[in-house]
Design a protein around this ligand. Structure first.
Ligand code: ATP
Ligand code: MG
Length: 570
């Protein structure tokens, strides 16, 4: 491709409406342009990277035995009513009517459509295992579309769905997808973790998320310093601390804490560490109040508590409810004498003589002891793990915390959709059985953004070779004026292209500084600089975008080296 005839509208200034680096760089590098909130045009460079990810995904899906299909974007409401998601999905589902007033939606995901297809076509156990996938545009009317391709409303996803005769067979399909996902993100050249994830309302049995590690990631993940344990913090298990302390209970003490409400305020006012206090949170589970007790320096994990209570909604109670439950304004709640259902975190179990709210304005209590003073309904793991917590799986490791961007998700669905839509088959004895399903998503467009979030420097994008829009850029110094330069560039361009190296020839009539800046910005991994001075000695420069290593080589050497590096990615 010749730069002068191509379409790479780069921009010098950082766009003011782009908060994260990948969004800024994708706009500046001319990869994407916004059409509406969360809706983007993919320009040539952006599209090329997206296609690279798609191709890797497609190869690995095919290799794992999945079969490509393409389902419609527009889906009839009836199917969603059958699965009951028409009511449940909420406003993320963009709904509309056709000219006959029939209701439809734009597909945010395709469980209903694929289950409908399979219930019509798959009748016998002999037709399974079956795994169908597609790479397609999805639409989700996200409440806060942001960060460019990271959280768009229209985006590209690979979604696969497996169909099996029973739970054990479904586990095998899941493992295959898990392994395929590992290969996909490895081949993309990304630093990632596969983490255990919460199965949430779908209530499946098991789920892993694939997280690209990056500071700007929306997800917090924990992994063990010794073993393979890694989990989303939403799900990461806290190991109970060793034996409870054996301190003698001291007499309860009331202390005045005028205007001190938060753990920080009270702990500094009383000069005691937050870890020797108990935090008392009042929540509403559906429409019942529930009290959660946590060590002062720990945070509630609402997902764990919600799963434990089995409620539909869980939210912090308003001031009115707090006052009704505790008899005191917000900020002074404590477990002593409370009548409500009370769940205490496992880390609170071993605490003795702690400080906590007194259920009275401007009063806290010291020397509280659960056995003596409180009626805890239940002890359970309801907190977020923190850095340094002991690993829940091995005896040696500690948990380390990372930020991650979710680029993929594998999920055992069980029979949720097959039951709702009556997707059944006949087993070897001619008996009707329910199909077991799994679903497997990859955010293709998000993967490109996540890659940039992880791979950039102050000059621009630093693409890993496998998903760079081009492998190599040939930057000509004075292409238009120097005939020797022009000829050398053309020869290099031809040789590389013949060897299936994707090469961009910067033949523009621009100053070298401009060309180098653009080459850095768009992040092409390999750059051959052709200038008259070096050329007089038969040499060109080969520069690697990552690490900045520069070598002076003959044309033949440079071409061979680039060919070798590209061949190595397969
Ligand atoms: P998130 O928690 O980020 O909203 P999700 O759990 O809704 O993700 P899934 O329904 O599992 O996501 O979708 C599969 C994959 O699609 C995700 O792993 C992610 O990579 C991608 N994805 C989801 N929502 C978006 C979006 N709004 N923009 C871009 N990619 C997305
Ligand atoms: Mg979502």
């Amino acid at each position: 491709m010749r730069y002068s005839q191509y379409f790479i509208p780069t921009v010098k200034e950082t766009p003011s409406d782009a908060e994260v680096i990948s969004h800024q760089l994708m706009l500046r590098a001319g990869m994407i342009r916004k059409l509406a909130a969360g809706i983007y045009n993919y320009l040539p460079l952006g599209l090329r990277s997206i296609r690279k990810v798609e191709n890797i995904v497609r190869e690995e899906m095919d290799r794992a035995g999945a079969i490509e299909i393409l389902m419609p974007t527009v889906q009839p409401a009836e199917l969603w009513q059958e699965s009951t998601r028409w009511e449940q999905y909420g406003k993320e589902l963009l709904r509309f009517r056709d000219r006959k007033e029939a209701e439809f939606c734009l597909g945010p995901t395709h469980e209903e459509v694929v289950t409908d297809l399979v219930r019509r076509e798959v009748k016998s156990y002999r037709q399974m295992p079956l795994n169908l996938y597609q790479i397609q545009g999805k639409f989700r009317d996200e409440i806060r579309p942001r960060f460019g391709l990271m959280r768009g409303r229209e985006f590209i996803m690979k979604d696969a769905y497996s169909f099996d005769v029973d739970s054990a067979a479904a586990d095998l399909s899941y493992d295959k997808m898990y392994q395929a996902y590992r290969r996909i993100f490895e081949r993309c050249g990304l630093n990632f973790r596969a983490v255990e994830a919460d199965t949430g309302s779908i209530g499946g049995t098991s789920s892993h998320e694939f997280m690209v590690l990056a500071e700007s990631g929306e997800d917090a993940i924990a992994s063990c310093s010794c073993c393979h344990y890694a989990a989303n913090v939403e799900k990461a298990e806290a190991r109970p601390f060793a034996a409870p302390e054996h301190a003698e209970p001291r007499p309860l003490e009331r202390v005045a804490t005028p205007g001190k409400r938060t753990i920080e305020e009270v702990s500094s006012f009383l000069s005691i560490p937050a870890a020797t206090m108990v935090k008392t949170l009042i929540l509403m589970a559906d429409d019942q109040p529930v009290v959660a007790l946590l060590r002062g320096d720990h945070d509630l994990n609402e997902i764990k508590l919600k799963n434990l209570l089995g409620c539909e909604t869980l939210e912090m109670a308003g001031d009115e409810v707090v006052e009704r439950v505790t008899g005191a304004p917000t900020g002074f709640a404590g477990p002593v004498g409370l009548k409500a259902r009370m769940v205490a975190d496992l880390a609170v179990q071993g605490m003795r003589n702690f400080a906590t709210g007194g259920n009275e304005k401007d009063i806290h209590l010291k020397n509280v002891n659960l056995e003596r003073d409180c009626a805890v309904t239940r002890f359970a793991d309801i907190r977020n793990v923190v850095h340094g917590d002991p690993c829940p799986r091995c005896d040696a490791g500690e948990l380390e915390m990372w930020r991650g961007i979710e680029v993929g998700h594998v999920f055992k669905l069980g029979t949720k959709y097959s039951k709702a839509l009556s997707a059944t088959y006949l087993d070897a004895d001619g008996k009707e059985q329910i199909i077991f399903m799994g679903c497997y998503g990859i955010g293709v467009s998000r993967t490109v953004a996540a890659c940039i979030e992880q791979n950039h420097d102050e000059n621009g994008i630093v693409f890993p070779l496998p998903i760079a829009p081009f492998h190599c850029i040939v930057s000509a110094v004075n292409y238009t004026k120097e005939e020797a330069v022009r000829e050398a560039c053309e020869a290099i361009y031809r040789k590389l292209a013949d060897a299936r190296v994707e090469v961009l020839l910067d033949d523009r009539d621009e100053r070298p500084g401009v060309k180098f800046k653009d080459a850095d910005l768009i992040g092409i991994p390999l750059r051959i600089v052709v200038g008259a001075k070096n050329l007089a000695e038969g040499k060109v420069e080969l520069k690697q975008r990552r690490g900045g290593e520069v070598e002076l080589l003959t044309i033949a050497e440079a071409v061979e080296k680039v060919k070798g590096m590209v061949a190595a990615i397969g």
